[in-house]
Ligand binder design. Structure first.
Ligand code: SAM
Length: 213
């Protein structure tokens, strides 16, 4: 398998970039998040306190909150520009009582622990951006409450997209920065977790990591 090429930027910064991402995510919401919503339901999470990590402009958080009226979501995001765009969107959807955005780096152990504990900690399309995935995952595992679930949904580094001769394509760069199942297992093993389930998802450049506490 070809070598991983790290994401150039960890955060998606700049108001214009955040707005552009938000518009793209709104237009492609069904395609980007439709199957993820089903996967969340299939996890059979007990309790309605959710933590979303690397939540971007809040499109998915709003979909989950609208789909699950008993759920409260804390959404964390490293880019303050994304947080500005997300808060506007959450207000527009009138969800501010159930979805709150916090600007923080998920690798910051102290700030993460201050958030409390959650029944579901989830993240989509963000892991390949994390500068220190081991630290982030260690922090996420600490805030999953007893009986809770950690669910990370991200791209896979598939060779048939990796080798496409495209430069300056955000999507292909993300595929090149994505992890393979063995690399993910190694990260979890270093954290002392051997019971992590990695599922290949359709379309086959997607995968999910599930850890139950
Ligand atoms: C490709 S976007 C995905 C956004 C959203 N989860 C989605 O599925 O559309 C990745 C997001 O993760 C954020 N991010 C990257 N590293 C982070 C970190 N260490 N802590 C919190 N957010 C982070 C980026 O700023 C960006 O908004």
């Amino acid at each position: 398998m070809p070598k991983r090429i790290e994401s150039q930027e960890e955060a998606i910064s700049g108001i214009e970039n955040a707005q552009q991402y938000a518009e793209m995510a709104k237009k492609s919401a069904k395609m980007m998040y439709g199957s993820f919503l089903k996967h969340i339901k299939s996890l059979d999470v007990k309790g309605g306190e959710y933590l979303e990590v690397g939540a971007g402009p809040g499109i998915l958080a709003a979909m989950i909150a609208e789909d699950n009226p008993d759920v409260y979501i804390t959404a964390v995001e490293i880019s303050s520009d994304m947080v500005t765009v997300a808060r506007e969107y959450i207000e527009e959807r009138e969800l501010e009582d159930r979805v709150r955005f916090v600007a923080l780096d998920a690798a910051d152990e102290v700030m993460m622990e201050e958030l409390g504990e959650f029944d579901l900690v989830y993240s989509t399309l963000a892991m390949h951006h994390w500068k220190d995935p081991e630290k982030v995952i260690s922090n996420l595992l600490k805030v999953v409450g007893d009986g809770g679930v950690l669910f990370i949904h991200d791209l896979r580094r598939v060779w048939w997209l990796y080798y496409l001769p495209l430069h300056n394509s955000g999507f292909i760069d993300s595929i090149r920065a994505a992890y393979m199942p063995d690399e993910i297992k190694t990260i979890f093993q270093r954290l002392g977790i051997n019971r992590c389930e990695i599922k290949r998802r359709f379309p086959y450049f997607m995968q999910s990591i599930i850890v139950r506490k």
